[in-house]
Design a protein around this ligand. Structure first.
Ligand SMILES: [Zn+2]
Length: 429
């Protein structure tokens, strides 16, 4: 070997070393700039051996899908060439944990398929919080149910009413589920169709996150609704004796208001109950009767079953002279009246006389047709409407309630703004 060649070889090695050092230093510098911390040793990770470190792509392929609208699990799996008998076995073997015949559109599915195309495992998101795993073991699918690890955050949400409660909350980045929760809490006291611009709502609500992504709401802990002349409060309080959660105002009164059982000052006779198929005495055919008829002499006083605002008075086809009253989330109507004694827009209290029994409209004799509708206009069976309890906080729990209330009241007003708070919580882990 000539000395020249050897010197050249040494020089080459030195050059390579310098380049390597520069590259390594550059890498380290760049990585430090990106804030990823110290450089890890540049040794390739061994992929030999057994255990979880082996990439599963060697033996299985992973496929992800969301259930399309109108699809079943079978149609989705067949799209991945899973055989009919195997799909059937999967559904049967996992049925005791969850029924995969009833998958919901949009829910996610993760499959592991063997090289031979066989189904090794399925993971199905039952909902935002739970998922099912079916894993093939010796010609059987072993089913297990798991919970995602969700982080619970408490946030303050403020919305000013411009057109509606929905608009106020959606414009703050919230969704309909929260609107619905607020309607349920305050719906007994507040007619949400009669809001004024500049009314405002403030909420203290739990939100559940998975890996930093919002998943769903937890409890609304407190709500405050401000109007020109009044502020309504709702505080979530758990009865220490029963463990039952409910909403109460600042004085400890339940926010649920009961309807009177009947729209009379006495117990009347029911002449026709609530039915989806009743033989109509005048029309002589079967049709739904989505109210209750009470027989009573003409001129008998009819009273409002709850406080509310009169939303309709006048003649309405077969109903004859009718009054409709809105009570927040419900409305009630009183038909075939002989006389109407309230005006549209009038505020009435529970028990106020609103009119007199008659036989106007499609009617065979004096009676009252009484109906209850929910927000969506659906008719409810008055006999089955669970009259919510309106018991206040029990005296022995009032001190506990006052403690909870003061704490929530303070958090309602002094919590930092939504985004700021969440950022801070996320950083603190
Ligand atoms: Zn009727």
């Amino acid at each position: 070997m000539s000395p020249i060649k050897s010197r050249f070889g040494l020089g080459f090695l030195a050059l390579v070393s310098v380049v390597l050092v520069v590259v390594v230093l550059f890498q380290r510098h760049r990585i430090d700039l990106e804030g990823r911390g110290p450089l890890s040793p540049m040794v390739p990770e061994t992929v030999s051996g057994t255990g979880t470190q082996v990439p599963e792509s060697d033996s299985v392929t992973v496929r992800k899908a969301a259930i399309p609208r109108g699809a079943t699990l079978a149609t989705v799996l067949r799209g991945f060439d899973v055989s009919g008998p195997e799909i059937h076995r999967l559904v049967e073997d996992t049925r005791h944990v969850y029924n995969l015949d009833r998958v919901r559109p949009g829910n996610r599915l993760v499959l592991e398929l063997g090289l031979d195309g066989s189904l090794r495992s399925v993971r199905y998101d039952i909902d935002e919080e739970e998922y099912l795993v079916g894993r093939q073991m010796r010609d059987r699918f072993v089913a297990t149910r798991h919970r995602y690890d969700l982080q619970l955050e408490e946030e303050r949400v403020f919305g000013e009413i411009r057109t509606s409660l929905t608009e106020a909350l959606i414009s703050q980045g919230e969704n309909y589920a929260l609107v619905s929760k607020v309607l349920d809490i305050l719906g007994w006291d507040l007619d949400f169709t009669q809001l004024q611009p500049q009314d405002s709502v403030t909420l203290l609500v739990e939100k559940k996150y998975r890996a930093g992504r919002f998943v769903k709401y937890g409890d609304v802990l407190a709500v405050r609704f401000d109007q020109m002349d009044r502020s309504l409060f709702g505080f979530l309080f758990t009865d220490p004796a029963t463990g039952k959660k409910d909403y109460f105002d600042e004085k400890g009164n339940s926010l649920r208001k009961a309807f009177l059982r009947v729209p009379f000052k006495f117990d009347p006779r029911i002449t026709s109950g609530f039915s989806y198929s009743r033989y109509h005495p005048i029309l002589k055919r079967r049709r739904p009767h989505l109210g209750v008829d009470y027989g009573a002499p003409t001129g008998t006083e009819v009273i409002s079953v709850a406080a509310g605002t009169v939303s309709f008075t006048g003649r309405k086809g077969g109903y004859g002279k009718m009054v409709r009253i809105r009570h927040g989330k419900y409305s009630t109507s009183y038909a075939h009246l002989s006389r109407i004694q309230v005006r549209r827009g009038q505020r009435v209290e529970q028990g106020d006389v609103i009119g007199r029994v008659g036989s106007t409209g499609l009617s065979t004799g004096p009676h009252l047709d009484y109906r209850i509708q929910d927000r969506s206009g659906r008719f409810l069976n008055p006999a089955k409407l669970k009259s919510p309890p309106e018991k206040p906080v029990a005296p022995q729990h009032l001190d506990a309630f006052r403690g909870v209330r003061s704490d929530l009241m303070q958090r309602l007003s002094s919590f930092p703004a939504n985004a700021e708070y969440f950022t801070r919580k996320a950083k603190s882990g």
